[in-house]
Ligand binder design. Structure first.
Ligand SMILES: Nc1ncnc2c1ncn2[C@@H]1O[C@H](COP(=O)(O)OP(=O)(O)OP(=O)(O)O)[C@@H](O)[C@H]1O
Ligand SMILES: [Mg+2]
Length: 244
């Protein structure tokens, strides 16, 4: 579904992403992990069209998408969430998701009423329907992360890019969020590329994991290949085991 080849991005003298290759097959959950500053978010920015690659190919469903603006990439079926939630703080939860419904699908003739109706469905799905009239600025972090998910799902993506959806959540909330992402995958048939620092979560969720370090791919494999790989253990913890 997604094929990345020789991807490269530098900022001034810093090579944030260096010659990275990997692919994501339809229906998979693929984890993208690596220490802070490894280049994970930059890879996601390049895929989603938020930034332009210096070199390399990004193919989605057989089409080259590298260099396309993010609204086009979104309409082709790739949507993302942000490491730091980026809601419209002065909008209600319902209005925010309605904007995604209208902008995400290519449905110029859709009425506002229909869009709000559809948005309500996504809010209900993530458990936020009761908070539909609350301004995003008054939601807590878990609710903001669920709002991000609802906004992403409302664009009807085929590939969902998640950037640290669990960051800052307590273990109970993280477990709820994981169940939510699993049910989203099942219900909407989406494929997921998932950046995650919470190792237990990504080990449980992903079928395959790509490890980045200093902008380069260190390895890829199944979760058990990854946690047992001495290079990964070294990269993360200087030799101590990755999962406690
Ligand atoms: N817009 C930018 N301008 C300059 N440097 C940047 C920019 N974005 C990222 N970088 C640098 O590129 C490198 C990779 O950053 P990136 O955010 O992709 O890492 P990450 O793996 O997502 O890290 P984290 O786990 O901390 O989120 C870092 O050294 C970062 O400082
Ligand atoms: Mg990041």
């Amino acid at each position: 579904m997604l094929e990345i080849e020789g991807l490269h991005k530098s900022f001034g003298g810093l090579d944030a992403v260096k010659n990275v290759d990997f692919s994501v097959r339809q229906g998979e959950i693929v984890g993208l992990i690596g220490p802070n500053g490894a280049g994970k978010t930059t890879v996601m920015n390049l895929i989603s069209g938020a930034m332009k690659a210096d070199k390399g190919a990004i193919r989605f469903l057989g089409r080259e998408i590298s260099g396309l603006p993010s609204n086009k990439v979104c309409r082709m079926g790739i949507c993302r969430t942000y490491q730091i939630p980026k809601p419209f703080y002065a909008m209600t939860a319902l209005a925010s998701v309605t904007v995604s419904v209208i902008n995400g699908g290519d449905r110029p003739n859709m009425s506002l009423f229909d869009a709000a109706f559809e948005a309500s469905y996504y809010l209900e799905f993530v458990g936020l329907f009761a908070k539909r009239d609350i301004l995003a600025k008054d939601l807590n972090l878990y609710e903001l992360r669920m709002l991000e998910l609802a906004r992403a799902l409302a664009t009807t993506p085929r590939l969902l890019l998640l950037d640290e959806s669990m960051a800052g959540l307590n273990p109970g909330e993280a477990s709820l969020a994981l169940d939510m992402i699993w049910s989203a995958q099942e219900q909407f048939g989406i494929t997921i590329l998932w950046i995650e620092h919470v190792m237990k979560v990504i080990m449980a969720a992903a079928q395959r994991i790509v490890v980045l370090q200093h902008g380069q791919k260190l390895m890829e494999g199944t979760p058990s290949d990854v946690i047992n790989d001495p290079r990964v253990i070294e990269a993360y913890l200087g030799g101590r085991h990755v999962v406690d």
